[in-house]
Design a protein around this ligand. Structure first.
Ligand SMILES: [Zn+2]
Length: 109
């Protein structure tokens, strides 16, 4: 016969797992901001404004891997560089974040 562990232990284990989970999520979110496009100082290159939203919605949510939608698309100048900020919201877990782009000219040779 299997011995059932007491309830208190189950709860303690679950809380520890929840804490570990939220730490992991914070790490994933931080990692996202360190990757290209995660900060205005490190924008992704885009050849035109049109490709930005397609690219942005193709980036999965760093927390749950869900599909993100663009809630806002803003053109702005950051330290003399013309940038586009796309505000993303995850359709699955609802978290929001920004993805940054810089418009670069297409090289036609
Ligand atoms: Zn998500």
């Amino acid at each position: 016969m299997a011995k059932r562990p007491p309830k208190r232990t189950e709860r303690t284990v679950r809380r520890a797992q929840e804490r570990a989970q939220s730490r992991l999520q914070a790490d994933r979110e931080r990692l996202f901001t360190l990757e290209p496009g995660g900060q205005p100082e490190r924008p992704l290159d885009a050849t035109s404004a049109a490709v930005i939203e397609a690219h942005a919605t193709g980036v999965p949510c760093p927390l749950c891997g869900g599909t993100q939608e663009v809630t806002e698309h803003t053109a702005l100048v950051h330290h003399g560089v013309r940038l586009r900020e796309t505000k993303l919201r995850c359709r699955q877990c609802g978290t929001a974040r920004s993805l940054w782009f810089r418009i670069v000219g297409v090289n036609l040779n």
